[in-house]
Structure formats: C-alpha cells, structure tokens
Design a protein around this ligand. Structure first.
Ligand SMILES: [Fe+2]
Ligand SMILES: [Fe+2]
Length: 352
C-alpha cells in the first residue's frame, strides 16, 4: 500500500484529494502547513508527497529542499494555482517529479501519482541493491585484509624457517671446513685467517656489505674440497710429485661440487671454484683471466697466498717473514694476482 502526504493549506482542496485517492486504495495523511508537513516526514515514511505551491509559512523552494534532505527518494508533485514556466523550471531543477496547475485534471493527477509511485519503488530497490553491494564489498574487503595478514604471517614463518635451515646448513658446512683445517695442524685456522685478510681488503675497496659477506663465506669454505684428498698428500713433507700436485689442484673444483646442491650458496660456490685462478689465465680449474675471474675470487687469491706464505707448512717448516711474503706478492702482481687488489693489499697489510 502506497503512502501519500498532502501538504496543503486549502482545507477544501485537501479533503477532495483525500477522498479521491483513498477510494483508489492509497493511504493518505494531511498537513495544513509546511512545518506540519516536515514534522510528519520526520515521523513517518511516505512514497509520495503532494505540495501546494505558495503556502504562507515557508517559501515552496525551501520546503522542497527540506523534504529532499529527509527523504531523498520521495516523489514530489507540486500543484500550482496558475501555470508559470519560470516556477516550473525552478521546481524541476530542485528534483520535483511533476508540476500540475489549476484547474487540476483528476485523471492526469492520478496518472502522475501512479507513475511517480512506480518510480519510487524502483528508486528504493536501487538503493537497497547499492547497499547490499556496499555490504558485500565491505565483507570482501574484510576477508581480503584477513587473508593478506595470514599470507604475510605465513611468509614470515617460511622466511624464518628458511633462514634457520640456511643457518643450520652453514654451521654444518663451516664445522666441516674447520675439521679439514684441523686435519693438518699446519693449516689450523687457515680459513679463518684468509677470511680476516680478504674482508679487510674488500672493506678497503669499498665493496657492499652483501659482497663482503659473500667473500667471508667463501673464505670459510674455500678449501672444503680438500676433504677428498688423502692425508698423506696434504701432510707430505717431501716435495709433491706431479701427480700429487694435480690431485691437490682438484680441490677447488671438488669444493664447488660438494656445495653445488645448496643453491642458496650460488655466489659463494663460484668464488670457491675460482679461488686458484690466476690473473694471467694460468690458474685452475677454468683458466679464466683478468676480469673474467670474479673480484671476490681475485681478493681471496691474494689473502690465501699471504696466509700460506706466512704460516708454517708440512713442506716448509719455517714460514716466510711478513716482508718476504709482501715481496713475493708484489713480484707476482699482474701474473698470479690482480694488480688492483695487490695495490689495496699493500696499503692495508701493516694493519692486519
Ligand atoms: Fe685452496
Ligand atoms: Fe687455502
């Protein structure tokens, strides 16, 4: 049942309309002033309002605006005493559905009311539809936020697990590398010393923190391939045969192969593989030269040689003095060693 409010200060006219509309099944309410009409709009819901233009208590335009504030979808029909094109245009621009002027044709008014109420029902359905879309949107957004948080948490957990796994792997491998150093008391702490020297050189060359960490990791593992070389060869006091020398040379390649399944060590593995490459291309295993050899491997090459020369070895019980080792490194700059790395090494060697 559609509800209509008539705001009209002409009692006779209102009663006439009320009778006609009630007979046709509409539920009617009457207000004999603009203020009374607004009061009723506060308290009840209407589908349509019929307003008489020109009531004395409030300008009709203000009344229309008030009605629109309280009930944006309500259908407003205005009745004019006499036709005025300017007023009709103004009222239409305020959102009035239709304007009829006296003498009012009842059939025309009934038709306008019927169409207005149909439009009202469409507007209400549309608003409900929009509201339900908004609600669904809000609920989807809530779910989205929840899922994003969950994904974030899971990613954090996975990252933590991955880091733990990585740390465990690294500890195991480092323990293995230390065990290799310990096999021969002459090479005790070798990897640690090489890491210390190489990091000092890398810092003096202004390498990034990431690159320095890769170099440190590679130093700690650089001789891990010696795990596959017989103790008799590693700790032999007499000069090595050519065959034994070739056997030892395999350690950098074997080291890279041992670490290969650990793909998160990719950058470290390359340095382990190439730590015996010479700057002039005479090293092993790949015989790379110059800039073909990663900078980290060129740094380790110098640090490794310096520690080997200044430490006692099975085949050379008395190590070289610091000065002798420095001279040897200078002599081989440009052949075994990268001259740029040697230059930096010479600047910092007194501090290490
Ligand atoms: Fe080595
Ligand atoms: Fe070494």
């Amino acid at each position: 049942m559609s509800k209509i409010l008539i705001i009209n200060d002409n009692q006779k006219w209102s009663e006439y309309l009320m009778n006609e509309l009630t007979m046709r099944g509409y539920i009617l309410s009457m207000a004999n002033s603009s203020y009374e009409g607004i009061k009723q709009l506060h308290s009840f819901t209407f589908d349509l309002v019929i307003v008489k233009c020109g009531m004395t208590d409030m300008p009709t335009k203000e009344l229309i605006k008030e009605i629109k504030v309280y009930s944006p979808e309500i259908i407003i029909i205005v009745l004019l005493d006499s036709y005025d094109a300017v007023v009709v245009t103004e009222l239409n621009s305020l959102g009035v559905y239709d304007v009829l002027s006296r003498p009012i044709n009842l059939e025309r008014l009934l038709f306008v009311i019927k169409k207005g109420i149909e439009l009202h029902s469409i507007l209400i359905s549309h608003r409900k539809f929009l509201l339900s879309i908004e609600e669904q949107n809000a609920s989807l957004q809530k779910q989205n936020t929840f899922l994003s948080k969950r994904v974030e948490e899971l990613t954090k957990n996975l990252t933590r697990l991955y880091e733990n796994l990585r740390t465990t792997y690294m500890r195991t491998i480092k323990a293995l590398a230390q065990a290799i150093d310990m096999r021969d008391h002459y090479t005790h702490k070798h990897s640690e010393n090489v890491a210390h020297y190489a990091v000092k050189i890398a810092e003096a060359m202004n390498l990034s923190a990431h690159d320095i960490e890769i170099i440190r990791g590679a130093c700690e593992l650089h001789d891990i391939g010696k795990i596959g070389i017989y103790d008799e060869i590693l700790s032999k006091e007499k000069p090595l045969t050519e065959k034994e020398k070739e056997e030892i040379k395999l350690h950098s390649l074997k080291g890279a192969q041992i670490l290969e399944p650990l793909n998160f060590l990719e950058e470290i593995i390359l340095l382990v593989r190439q730590h015996h490459e010479n700057y002039d291309g005479t090293g092993y295993p790949d015989r790379h030269k110059g800039e073909e050899i990663p900078l980290g491997a060129r740094i380790i090459r110098v640090a490794d040689a310096y520690d080997a020369m200044t430490s006692a070895r099975a085949y050379r019980k008395i190590p070289l003095s610091k000065e002798e080792a420095i001279e040897e490194i200078k002599r081989n700059s440009g052949t075994q060693f990268d001259p740029k790395v040697v230059e930096v090494f010479l600047k910092i060697v007194d501090k290490i």
